[in-house]
Ligand binder design. Sequence first.
Ligand code: PBG
Ligand code: ZN
Length: 324
Amino acid sequence: MFKRFRRLRINKNLRDLVRETSLHVEDFIYPLFVKSGEGIKKEIGSMPGVFQMSIDEVLKECKKIQELGLNSILLFGIPAVKDSVGSDALCEHGIIASAIKAIKKDFPDMFVITDVCFCEFTDHGHCGILDMENETVNNDATLEILVKQAVLHAKLGVDMIAPSGMMDGTIEVLREGLDAAGYENLPIMAYSTKFASAYYGPFRDVAESAPSFGDRRSYQMDPANRREAIAESVEDEMQGADILMVKPALAYLDIIREIKDATTTPMAIYNVSGEYAMLKAAGKAGVIDYERVMMETMIAFKRAGADIIISYHAKEVAEILSKK
Ligand code: PBG
Ligand code: ZN
């Protein structure tokens, strides 16, 4: 009888030596939701541990997360006023503009990434300017305001932008616009393969960004399509994306692996709100060992090919890794 596999599992040191995949705090990006106002720290029912915070509270949070060794954050904004074209997103005194300034002033070493999209800023909740005839988002009109939003963030000192709206041609147009404005060194993390997913439900509560009519299926991808998923990321790589992304993550591990093998650009995955909410709920119900299931899930993302993990679990992961 040929015996080989158990020999390497007998001893913890040996298991550590032969482990193929590992997690580091540096792999993680932590999303933060910035709300207009002061003294606001409001927990979201479906996402325990995730808050809408005003800028003063976000600054306190930045201190805490840096102490945990986390140095990258992804900002989403909840403006005081929404309108049909998402004006707050293009205003120097808008919620995200103000947050970038405040964070970079107090935490110059914090790597600040911003969501570049309009769904949190429009009163209809769609990701760009509407084309009323078709009752959908107008691709090219939206590209124009995406460039303005990106250049504004660049001017205020953001470290990387993350366009999430799934408009065709986004990366090419943003790269051109940023270069023309003198921001050749600002990287773009593309939401290159983003599915129209029910796993975003809790996020839309936190970001107050649920579409007021229809859904996002005319711009986000059909979860059933594998070859198109690869083509989307390959296309963004050709257009000049610096980092690719697959979103959601847990139900799309096959897609993560295939895109990893089909491209040579670093890859992020977004462990989205519904994935977080499910583990939290199951942990609370006492049906799983929450910490172990959570860490196993994170390892699965890395094993599938993720270089970078965007996750609401990032703080918990950092704490667990620091105890090891
Ligand atoms: C907006 C955006 C969404 C998420 C990130 N950016 C929601 C959506 O497309 O409806 C989802 C994140 C999450 O569920 O955690 N473009
Ligand atoms: Zn959007």
